[in-house]
Design a protein around this ligand. Structure first.
Ligand SMILES: [Mg+2]
Length: 292
């Protein structure tokens, strides 16, 4: 029996560009080098998870997700706590974890990443009974995730337009929560619980995040005046939001959300139906992920 080396799970509609042409090029590159693989395209939300469950029973290949953070979350969530290793080729609009780990997307570099990368055990975030790998939270970012979800325009341009429009009408979210027992209560612009250091697109919401410290990085942004908005954006993309005014950052093993006045919560950038009260924690070294 020929053992398959890679099993690709491809989301053909990740991000703003079609992944079909991209994957055709990658296939040609693999064939040229006689690298054995199988591949299957996802057809609906949740399909990637189903495919991984089938592959796990066979257990002979390195599973590779090709898509955005949503596709990665679906594939990785099934593998948490198992011995199955995976790799990821970022094709989404955010690619937070891939950017943090410097996982390439250019065809010329992807083959090298697959063939000679290193497997790392990374921490996994847990929110109630679900996993997150990048960030989750509530406040302005969750509202944006909600509005972006309903918008047909994917990609950075539509995103930026949405952010600016929403900013002027946003009044903050009132919430009560504890970080390792320390109580917080008030009105917040955003509270982000991070495993990785960024939302994606190099928007560094948790500059000190470490994927192997067994801790979550919580970034609490209090409401701030309009004049500070440009500085907040510069701090976010400049990787120094932990030093910005109106911002508090803290590492925690366990986060408990007692009440949130907004119905919107995001998990890895996607809208997530959070059950409150909620418990967030870390599954240390929960995933075997190929890194460059
Ligand atoms: Mg950590």
């Amino acid at each position: 029996m020929v053992r398959k080396k890679y099993a690709f799970i491809v989301n053909p509609i990740a991000g703003s560009k079609s992944s079909t042409k991209y994957f055709d090029k990658l296939k040609a590159e693999l064939q040229k080098r006689s690298i054995p693989f199988s591949s299957i395209k996802t057809k609906w939300a949740g399909h990637a998870s189903e495919l991984v469950q089938k592959l796990l029973k066979k257990g002979e290949a390195l599973i590779v997700s090709v898509g955005g953070d949503g596709t990665f979350n679906e594939v990785a969530s099934i593998l948490v706590g198992t011995n199955q290793k995976m790799a990821h080729i970022p094709r989404g609009s955010g690619n937070g974890l891939a950017r943090m780990l410097k996982i390439p997307h250019k065809i010329g570099k992807v083959v090298g990443y697959l063939e000679s990368g290193t497997i790392k055990e990374i921490d996994v975030g847990r929110v109630n009974n679900d996993y997150f790998f990048c960030t989750c939270g509530f406040g302005f970012d969750a509202l944006i995730a909600h509005r972006f979800d309903g918008s047909k325009k994917r990609g950075l341009k539509g995103y930026v337009r949405n952010v600016i429009k929403s900013f002027f009408s946003f009044k903050g979210v009132t919430a009560q929560f504890t970080l390792d027992g320390k109580a917080y209560k008030g009105n917040y612009f955003a509270v982000t619980i991070a495993n990785a250091n960024q939302y994606g697109n190099d928007a560094f919401i948790a500059p000190k995040a470490n994927l192997q410290d067994g801790l979550l990085d919580v970034t609490i942004i209090k409401p701030f005046p309009l004049w500070y908005a440009p500085l907040m954006a510069i701090a976010l993309f400049g990787n120094w939001i932990h030093k910005a005014r109106f911002v508090e950052t803290r590492k925690a093993k366990k986060v408990e959300l007692h009440s949130i006045s907004s119905p919107y919560f995001h998990r890895d950038g996607d809208v997530y139906p959070l059950q409150v009260p909620a418990t967030l924690s870390v599954f240390p070294s929960g995933l075997y992920l190929q890194t460059p």
